[in-house]
Design a protein around this ligand. Structure first.
Ligand code: GUN
Length: 305
């Protein structure tokens, strides 16, 4: 292997420590950030994610309010839960874990969340504001985390050709918008490839920075990586492995060993992008609480003055 590893665990721990520092600052002003976490059904991966998110909240001084409902919850009841969280002044961020059971409309639920509490950054108001260059819009945690990994590794993005594989609403699409922004850690030339791209390798080989988020194990092989590229693997896939205790292991979308022969920097799976997603969610939540606290302070001054 010639590539250097991008240590997502270490960088995520740095960000979590920064968040904890900010929650201490808020505590001095009498504010405890609150995150409402809604989990519907028993999807095992979602249960793991939600547990990791709530534990990380507690460690960073954020109060997580877990709301769990069975998979047969009705539309009105779920929307009612979102409405209550929207109205609750102790809640600064709301997260409805996706995917939802099929009978529920994810778009409707996402749009019900107050954009000011949409720390997942999935609401169309936040996505629209972000794409228009509004730095105050909440950004989805995974692509924001990828940008932060690249920035903290010291990789220059300005003028670089960034190739993104995948166009999901959660990662690929917002990732392309972020890397286009006029800001440090962005200002890139962006190409988005996807399932209909002809000759995927010819496109990925152009990427000085290659970000892969499709959910297909090993779809990017070593010969699809440009010599010296920075490779960010967002994929987390379970593949059967009878030699492990659990019967499976986690692999990314990139054939790691092959790609590491050509890349200059590469993220591992696990331990690369994954830990960043949670760190960025915490950062969005503390930011939301800071914003609310500042607005409240300004309101007090205005009312008394
Ligand atoms: N499911 C997979 N990733 C995410 C995420 O970042 N947020 C939510 N709410 N659900 C998800």
């Amino acid at each position: 292997m010639t590539a250097q590893l991008i240590d997502g665990k270490r960088i995520a721990a740095e960000i979590r420590a920064e968040v904890a520092e900010r929650t201490r600052g808020l505590a001095e002003r009498g504010v405890r950030p609150g995150l409402g976490v809604v989990l519907v059904g028993e999807d095992p991966a979602s249960q793991v994610y939600v547990r990791m998110k709530t534990r990380a909240c507690e460690e960073a001084g954020i109060q997580a309010r877990d709301i769990k409902r069975s998979a047969d919850i009705g539309r009105a009841e779920l929307l009612g839960i979102v409405d209550e969280l929207n109205a609750d002044p102790a809640i600064h961020g709301i997260l409805v874990q996706l995917p939802l059971p099929r009978h529920l409309d994810e778009r409707e639920v996402t749009e019900r969340i107050d954009p000011a509490k949409d720390v997942d950054g999935f609401h169309p108001v936040n996505q629209g504001r972000m794409s228009q260059g509004d730095a105050t819009a909440f950004r989805p945690a995974t692509p924001a985390g990828v940008q932060e990994l690249i920035r903290r590794t010291g990789v220059e993005t300005s003028g670089a050709h960034v190739v993104i594989v995948g166009r999901s609403n959660i990662v690929g699409m917002p990732m392309s918008q972020i890397m286009l922004q006029k800001e440090p850690g962005a200002n890139a030339t962006v190409t988005v490839a996807h399932s209909r791209t002809a000759d995927l390798g010819a496109v990925t080989r152009q990427g000085e920075i290659l970000i892969v988020a499709v959910g297909v194990p090993g779809i990017v092989r070593g010969d699809m990586v440009r010599e010296g590229a920075v490779v960010i693997d967002v994929g987390v896939n379970r593949v059967e492995d009878p030699t492990t205790e659990r019967g499976y292991r986690l692999v990314g979308d990139v054939a790691f060993d092959e790609a590491a022969e050509r890349a200059s920097w590469i993220t591992p799976v696990p331990g690369g992008v994954g830990p960043m997603t949670i760190a960025m969610l915490l950062r969005n939540t503390v930011r939301s609480a800071e914003r609310t606290a500042s607005l409240a302070a300004a309101g007090t001054v205005a009312a008394s003055g």
